[in-house]
Write a protein that binds this ligand. Structure first.
Ligand code: ADP
Ligand code: MG
Length: 255
């Protein structure tokens, strides 16, 4: 459903020179799977996800999403992808319902379908209390739910979540995590980026550890634990990125 092949993105920055944001990243995500992209700030998560969503062009390599090529068929890809970033913005003067209708129309949906889909998303996300209030009066949690709903209004088969719980309180974050799980249960192909170990442990079927633009380790939590002979994901992460020396006699490299 998602296949990245040697995906590479280089930025040219006047001060920093050439920045290899993403370097030869390859992975697959199947329908009904949550792929977790785990990495620190600046690791290349957002760039990878923006390449998949066709918001950026790869410097080298490529990807297919829902069977379409991100370089040669960007419109087909976009129609099948819901992209939610932490910074996804809302129009202050629209209500939640108007926001959903606006993005539904942008996606070419009929009014009746928009109304039905709005009801179902409001049920799923618990939005009925504030559906007809203006977005500028919303709490962070309400804004996040509205952003999620507007991302999913066209019911795309592929969902891309870029650190969706960033800045949310515990309860709002739990709602998001539960919602991502429901997406999987409905057979969506989900890719989820975060720097939070516990979210990855709770959510992801496959974990890709990304650092300095490179995918350094990949596998289920169980298989990572087995190959690193280590239970704690944070410890596995540190070993994978080679940041800290292992304790004396420790095994830095996986067997
Ligand atoms: N538009 C851009 N121009 C220049 N450098 C960028 C741009 N976008 C991202 N970068 C750089 O690419 C690297 C990866 O960034 P990013 O993909 O945002 O990482 P993450 O989402 O994991 O924090 C960082 O060094 C970042 O500064
Ligand atoms: Mg990011």
């Amino acid at each position: 459903m998602i296949e990245a092949r040697q995906l590479t993105k280089t930025f040219r920055d006047r001060k920093r020179g050439e920045i290899r944001a993403v370097e030869g990243v390859s992975f697959r995500v199947e329908p009904g799977q949550i792929y977790g992209l785990l990495g620190a700030n600046g690791a290349g998560k957002t760039t990878t996800l923006r390449l998949l969503a066709t918001l950026l062009q790869p410097t080298r390599g490529g990807a297919t999403v829902a069977g379409f090529d991100v370089v040669t068929q960007p419109a087909e890809v976009r129609a099948r992808v819901g992209f939610l970033a932490a910074s996804t913005a809302l129009y202050a003067r629209l209500t939640a319902r108007e926001t959903l209708a606006y993005f539904g129309r942008l996606n070419g949906m009929a009014e009746a379908d928009i109304a039905a889909r709005t009801r179902s998303l409001a049920d799923d996300l618990g939005m009925h209390d504030f559906l007809d209030r203006r977005c500028d009066k919303f709490s962070t949690g309400m804004k996040q739910k509205t952003s999620i709903a507007r991302t999913l209004i066209h019911d795309p088969p592929v969902m891309i979540f870029d650190e969706p719980t960033l800045g949310l309180d515990v309860m709002a974050a739990r709602t998001i995590v539960q919602f991502v799980r429901e997406c999987r249960a409905r057979g969506k192909t989900v890719i989820y980026s975060t720097h939070i170990m516990s979210e990855v442990e709770k959510l992801c079927d496959v974990i890709g550890i990304i650092h300095d633009g490179r995918l350094l380790a990949e596998g289920s939590l169980a298989s990572l634990r087995a190959s690193y002979r280590e239970n704690d994901l944070e410890e596995i992460f540190v070993q994978a990125v080679g940041g800290l020396a292992a304790p004396a006699g420790g095994n830095v490299n996986p067997p």
